[in-house]
Design a protein around this ligand. Sequence first.
Ligand SMILES: [Zn+2]
Length: 266
Amino acid sequence: MKVYILTDMEGVGGVINQSQTFAGEPGYEQAREWLTLEVNEAVQGAIEGGATEILVLDSHGVNNVRNFRWDMLHEGARYIQGTPRQDYVHLIDESYDGLFQIGTHAMAGTPGAVLEHTMSSGSWVEMRVNGQLMGEIGLTAAAAGVYDVPFVMVSGDDKACAEARSVSPDVECAVVKAGISRQAAVLKPMPEVHRLIREKARLAMDKVKAVKPVKLESPVEIEVRYFRNDVYEGIREREGVRKVAPQTVIYSGKTVVEAWRKVWGG
Ligand SMILES: [Zn+2]
């Protein structure tokens, strides 16, 4: 069985402050180690559950994405790092049996969610996909759904897990912390978080045949409302890219993967 693991950083057990998620800021070096350890638990749990091939994407950040500590990675998987990449869930295809999302966060505006945002806390207000508000968790699940890969496991705070359940009701959730506000949470100790992630990853492997992939109706429209004028002003209209309101752009494609390539293409 093949598993694809997409990772982020805001939903790692000990991460509560934005500075922990920016390279060069205080706390980042420690937080990237914590992320790597959580990835290792997910890989180990997946293997215990029957995974034979695992690909992990280091997906936090925009430029020069390089969060995993290479010298600490579990030897049971392969790992993608760096930018640019064409696709949000890069190199996923129909051969995969399940999608995990590790270290996730809730969408922009979610009350009490640790480091909530959608794509960019500095320049995005919100995203709608086919008219529905969506965050990164839903987008990732839908992108995997294009290839019929079900979203079976998630880790993050309690709000991220609730959002994941709204996207894929039977997803296994490892709640690693309980959000109080954007930069405050009730934490669990590291050993408990690690046990939880490993256990949920193992259990998720039993579900890959039963959980339905997240499928969107075609064509897909991704509507992004930007906060910063300079981002909006830099986007040029062309086929599948329409400016529809001040600071709002609609990107469209046959699938969410095709539409997303236009978002990243500016
Ligand atoms: Zn992130």
